[in-house]
Design a protein around this ligand. Sequence first.
Ligand code: SAM
Ligand code: DTB
Ligand code: SF4
Length: 325
Amino acid sequence: MNAPAPELKSAPRSDWSRDEIAALFALPFPELMFRAMTVHRAHFDPTEVQISTLLSIKTGGCPEDCGYCSQSAKHETGLKASKLMALEQVLADAAKAKAAGASRFCMGAAWREPKDKDLDAVCEMVAGVKALGMETCVTLGMLTGPQAARLKDAGLDYYNHNLDTSPEYYRHVITTRTYQDRLDTLAQVRAAGINVCCGGIVGMGESAEDRVGLIHALATLPIHPESVPINALVRIEGTPQGLATPLEPIEFVRMIAVARITMPRSMVRLSAGREQMSEETQALCFLAGANSIFYGEKLLTTPNPVAAEDQALFARLGLSAMRSA
Ligand code: SAM
Ligand code: DTB
Ligand code: SF4
């Protein structure tokens, strides 16, 4: 019989080396999957998937130059920018998401950082969504400590702020902020007592070493993010990343498996890119330890599988929605 995987023996580690992570990526696929499944089962019911629904509360016109994003004002993507949504509409959308089975409602704004006036409005949205009995998540760009504290007071459960790629590849994707800026905001979110949702994007022309570097950056945070979204780039015409070569599906599954093994207690989210992914690849991702998805026909600005499609997929795989994480 195989010896128990070493990662099962102890509490989550934040001392992973790049070599250890590279060695996980290099395992024969059956061995990697066995290790990931074993870790998954030690911490979660492998038939349960947490469901989050996204809403873009403020779309487009963003001053940042993220090379993948439809919402940057620096790229000609044809996206129509809009103002911050009204509270009532946001709450109506959240109620719909709850009725459809989502346990968490994630609100995204195309800002470099929120202005204090905007934060007032977002705090009302957070409090309103929380009052509906849902977990709340927002992603608003960079935050100061006092801003994070205000969100916490409003009832915010999670803040999404992705590291996106390795520290080395970052400047090839974004020039208007640094990796350290991202780490600083993550530290402010932690200090405010808000759960961290932090992951990245693959399929942006990064190397295999960059994918090791992204997992290393996430898994060596002093406390692992409670949610780790792994996005497959949604290629947007007009962005610098619009013509990137998609990652080979098995490499994507490996990314999920290594995230699961290195961050055993985190929710690993199979995030953007499912619309372009076969059901078989998605099934392998769930086997590899993904236990969260974005649900509903739209991500922020791009399509996601419609609810009925996901319900059929869950039924075929015998998966069910986790009520709350
Ligand atoms: N402006 C805020 C920020 O960047 O933190 C919040 C919104 S931003 C759209 C949230 C995350 O969505 C990004 O960090 C990125 O990881 C992801 N994302 C954006 N465009 C994407 C795309 N085309 N494909 C996959 N993921 C994407
Ligand atoms: C995350 O990691 N992925 C979500 C959420 N966090 C905010 C966003 C995906 C965006 C995909 C492209 C779009 O719809 O614009
Ligand atoms: Fe702006 Fe966020 Fe898009 Fe970057 S990812 S351009 S910060 S909305």
